[in-house]
Design a protein around this ligand. Structure first.
Ligand SMILES: *Cc1c(COP(=O)(O)O)cnc(C)c1O
Length: 360
């Protein structure tokens, strides 16, 4: 088997154990004689698949009972519209701009009301996350929106912003289930599944129940949280296969010890890479130390030619997709849950080798 180490920011690696389970079920799930891909979402066989996926997710993230879990489609980007449509009562919302996705969310929300950029780190090239306090936000804002981990820039909030009584909405696409998080501090958490949970096609939304039922009249049915919650995510055909794989991923994390153990492993991987970056001066890690992401590690050589050469040479060594986002350049190593420690070791070995062979 020729599996490479895939450092893609998304879609990204899935745990080998999960792929093997999915493979074993591929032609016939249990005694159904059919694949999960071929099943009716209303069948007796699929019902426990979605119910178990939700139960495992709740257990994993320790989600309080007064929160609904929705399995939706349209990617995290669809939530950029769904959030204002569902949560804007007075029409005011505050956004924290910490990178490209939060800026996209901010622009989308502007279609629906009085949307303010309450804080931004754009001036610093998004190399750190903004510092915010309770006073950063308008007291009458319907919600505050943030992106917890900034996939493109490789930054992460090291703290949960204090928004007082204002519901906090977080895009956690690239850090969900990478470590424990206190769900009760948030009004809504949403995430595209293709970074850390499942194949592309599934978006998970966690929403506090008291925030349901305020959707603006023009809200499309497919974006109405309450309608989706009332129908247990089965208002229409849900993304059955990604939900099934997400269930396997949740169970895999539970089997290794849950999010505490996941965090321990992720910290160990990230430390290996950052410690190396801090120990030398060939590569530069542009992100402020207190804003470093545990999932997406960005670095540059500072020489354009070498930044171009690095990902190409790395591919020859089986280290794939290390090119940084087109808007940032340089390199980015996405080391999500499924990236083994050995993959990061192989990367650091390659980095040392590359530095030696390509003097500046
Ligand atoms: C990938 C990503 C998105 C976009 O997700 P889609 O599912 O492609 O819409 C949004 N926010 C963050 C933080 C991401 O990492």
């Amino acid at each position: 088997m020729n599996r490479v180490y895939n450092f893609s920011a998304g879609p990204s690696m899935l745990p080998l154990e999960v792929l093997e389970s999915a493979k074993a079920d591929l032609l016939a799930y249990g005694d159904t004689g059919m694949s999960v891909m071929e099943m009716s979402h209303r069948s007796a066989a699929f019902e426990p698949i979605i119910a178990n996926a939700e139960a495992s997710f709740r257990k994993l993230m320790n989600i309080p009972d007064n929160y609904k879990v929705l399995f939706l489609q349209g990617g995290a980007s669809t939530q950029f519209a769904a959030v204002p449509l569902n949560l804007m009562k007075t029409g005011k919302a505050d956004y924290i701009l910490s990178g490209q996705f939060s800026t996209k969310a901010y622009k989308e929300a502007q279609k629906y009301g009085d949307v303010a950029a309450a804080a931004s780190s754009k001036e610093e090239n998004f190399s750190r996350v903004p510092s915010v306090t309770r006073d950063t936000f308008r007291a009458d804002a319907d919600y505050v929106h943030m992106c917890f981990n900034n996939t493109i820039y490789g930054t992460k909030f090291g703290y949960i912003p204090d928004t007082g009584d204002i519901p906090l909405v977080a895009d956690m696409s690239s850090c969900i289930i990478s470590e424990p998080v206190d769900v009760s501090k948030f009004g809504v958490i949403y995430a595209g599944a293709q970074k850390n949970m499942a194949p592309a096609g599934l978006t998970v939304v966690i929403v506090r129940e008291d925030l349901l039922g305020n959707a603006r009249p023009e809200t499309p049915a497919m974006l109405d949280y309450k309608l989706m919650a009332d129908n247990d995510s089965m208002y229409n055909t849900p993304p059955c296969w990604p939900i099934y794989v997400a269930g396997l991923v949740f169970d895999w994390i539970l089997s290794i010890g849950g999010l505490e153990e996941m965090k321990r492993r992720n910290e160990k991987k990230a430390a290996l890479l950052y410690d190396y970056l801090d120990s030398q001066d060939y590569y530069v890690a542009p992100v402020a130390k207190d804003s470093r992401s545990m999932m997406n590690v960005t670095f540059i050589t500072g020489v354009e030619e070498l930044d171009k050469k690095f990902p190409k040479e790395a591919e020859k060594a089986g280290l794939m997709n290390l090119k940084g986002h087109r808007s940032v350049g340089g390199m980015r190593a996405s080391i999500y849950n499924a990236m083994p420690y050995e993959g990061v070791e192989a990367l650091v070995t390659f980095m040392k080798d590359f530095a030696e062979k390509n003097p500046k």
